[in-house]
Design a protein around this ligand. Sequence first.
Ligand code: TYM
Length: 338
Amino acid sequence: MTEVVHTPRVFSGIQPSGGLTLGNYLGAIKRFVSMQDSGVETIYCMVDMHAITVWQDPADLRRATRELCAGYIAAGLDPAKSTLFNQSQVSAHAELGWIFSCVARMGWLNRMTQFKDKAGKNRENASVGLFSYPALMAADILVYHATHVPVGEDQKQHIELTRDIAAKFNHDYGVDFFPITEPVIEGEATRVMSLRDGSKKMSKSDPSDKSRINMTDGADAIAQKIRKAKSDADGLPSDADGLKGRTEATNLVNIYAALADMSVDQVLADVGGKQFSEFKPMLADLAVAKLSPISTEMARLMQTPDEIDKILRSGADKARAIADPILAQTLDIVGMVR
Ligand code: TYM
């Protein structure tokens, strides 16, 4: 069998559940923008069907979907260069998701740490969708034959499962149809941690608002959260080795590096020897300078929701033009009469 070479295509998605955090920005959106600007084909989705794996109030879901689209655009994604749309407008995701539910094995899904974290102790009461979610996520990616997926560290296991699903499908049907997608987990902030507890991921679902920076926070809130962020009593080291075992210090330096587009070593060459009392105001100023223009633009875009909906509709048209033929070929391979 000759090996099919897939042209590079980037796909990624974010759930419109709650607001965007600095973790989403540094781990995902900022990197979506650099991939768009590198000239490769980019498709970015608001995964509303993933969001409803846990309860979402309909009005909140609509608002969060539009706000996420506003965040994408405010951060630098351009609907003329990237395909931007919400998942539920392209039914091929759900259809391929079903086929992949029949390819993925129970044992594979049982190992998913995100399910264990999200379902918590009350597994019996979790939705079936929360459990089978990774099959839909694999469909999101593979219905475009995407070759590269920029994500934060926490999504690595799901991309590995996507690769397993593609390989099993290709093997079972004797085809070389789906690409084996590469996760792209790069930069200094692939896992932004809570500002209150360096062992926990920064997350929109953390009950404490002080644990995270929201993309909609104003300058005062950002500065205050950084001033109150947990650090340690030592000064900053002059190289990355000196951060070993210092989770909170590492997190603040990583955030600085990612916001400033510098490496951790470059940052420490500049700030090594300073105390946190001096470093935190520097970090706060940098965060405000980088994030305020985005939140201002988001608020402006949110005043014209019809314009956002138009962008989503036209993005969905472009997405369907790629996804529908790939789904049709999949149905042929599987043996569905059409
Ligand atoms: P979600 O919505 O939880 O997060 C969206 C993106 O933000 C990244 N991220 C972080 N990165 C660094 N530090 C953090 N603290 C942090 N928190 C979140 C996530 O890694 C992710 O890249 N299952 C996905 C959504 C999804 C998807 C897809 C992604 C559905 N289909 C297809 C890629 C391709 C999720 O729940 O991400």
